[in-house]
Design a protein around this ligand. Structure first.
Ligand SMILES: Nc1ncnc2c1ncn2[C@@H]1O[C@H](COP(=O)(O)OP(=O)(O)O)[C@@H](O)[C@H]1O
Ligand SMILES: [Mg+2]
Length: 296
């Protein structure tokens, strides 16, 4: 499909992929496409940062290339690597045939193994490149990214500079376990992805689980929204809301009751301290609130 020409069209294209963005996120995505700038998304885990890249790729009919960051991620894994084995073979063959090989022959393009960043520059049509969880990578990698993000190019010392014919659409995400360097931020448009409000969260649950009972979906969302107002160590994200909804559907639950909540809290909360805190009185209080609200 063509690039959306408005914020509304961007939101609609994402919604068609069952991704329901906030107005602010749709605006950020639209501007990133228009200005051809990378989009840096920060926010709590499970708020839809990774998923928007896949939704954008599907909406625009472009391939998705994903680079998952981790501590120690280096150029060889992120951008390119020389195919050492093939170079050695080439030398052997040349020796056997008594041909001369120069170093230049050996650092030719066909010996270059493309990793995600380089693939993103050479793929057609220009892909959506997801650089996921950049906060897990370390500072030298961020420094390397600077050239990539500002010029959409990679310089291979033995070979030269490889530039994108058409720049990829770049989405970077961070769970903010540490601050991303200012120099990276400067090259990007920035958006903080928040937890959705109740109305959008309910719409997302319905979009992702079309079969769920209306009343159950509403209760799940109200309960999760209530949990997010508590001072927990790790607040449940959308991923947890959807997992919990699926679990409840699996258990044939039609509405929330204390016993069901009690036995499924581990789908929603992943820290024993949080579970202990919510189990019993907090859960009962939230459920009572739900009933109140339903009656009102
Ligand atoms: N706005 C949204 N609309 C529809 N589904 C969403 C939305 N945001 C998140 N999700 C779903 O929630 C889950 C978690 O999202 P994810 O992108 O993995 O979170 P993050 O990368 O922020 O940790 C995924 O299954 C995703 O499809
Ligand atoms: Mg993610």
């Amino acid at each position: 499909m063509l690039e959306p020409d408005s914020i509304d069209a961007t939101a609609a294209a994402l919604q068609a992929q069952a991704y329901l963005p906030s107005r602010e996120l749709a605006t950020a995505a639209f501007l990133a496409l228009r200005l051809k700038r990378p989009l840096l998304l920060e926010g709590a885990p499970g708020t839809g940062k990774t998923a928007i890249a896949a939704a954008l790729a599907a909406a625009l009919g472009r391939p998705l290339i994903r680079l998952q960051c981790y501590e120690g991620l280096d150029l060889a894994a992120a951008a390119y690597e020389w195919n050492y084995a093939r170079q050695m073979l080439e030398i052997r063959l040349a020796q056997a045939q008594d041909r001369q090989r120069t170093a230049d022959d050996l650092f030719a393009r066909r010996f270059l193994i493309e990793r995600p960043l380089l693939q993103a520059l050479t793929a057609t049509p220009a892909p959506v490149l997801l650089i996921d969880e950049l906060d897990r990578a370390d500072a030298p990698f961020e420094a390397f990214l600077l050239e990539f993000l500002s010029d959409f190019q990679v310089t291979v010392p033995e070979f030269g500079t490889i530039t994108a014919a058409e720049p990829p659409i770049v989405v970077l995400t961070s769970n903010r376990s540490r601050e991303i360097h200012d120099a990276v931020k400067r090259r990007c448009l920035y958006h903080w992805v928040d937890f959705p409000d109740a109305a959008r969260e309910l719409a997302i649950v319905r979009a992702r689980l079309p079969g769920i009972a209306e009343a159950l979906a509403a209760q799940v969302v109200a309960f999760v929204q209530g949990l997010r107002r508590l001072d927990l160590y790790k607040l449940p994200g959308l991923a947890e809301t959807l997992d919990w909804s699926r679990a409840l559907v699996e258990l044939n639950a039609v509405s929330l009751d204390p016993a069901t909540v009690q036995s499924t809290l581990g789908v929603l909360l992943k820290y024993q301290d949080d579970i202990a805190r919510v189990q019993g009185s907090e859960a009962a209080r939230l459920l009572a609130e739900l009933r109140e609200a339903a009656r009102a």
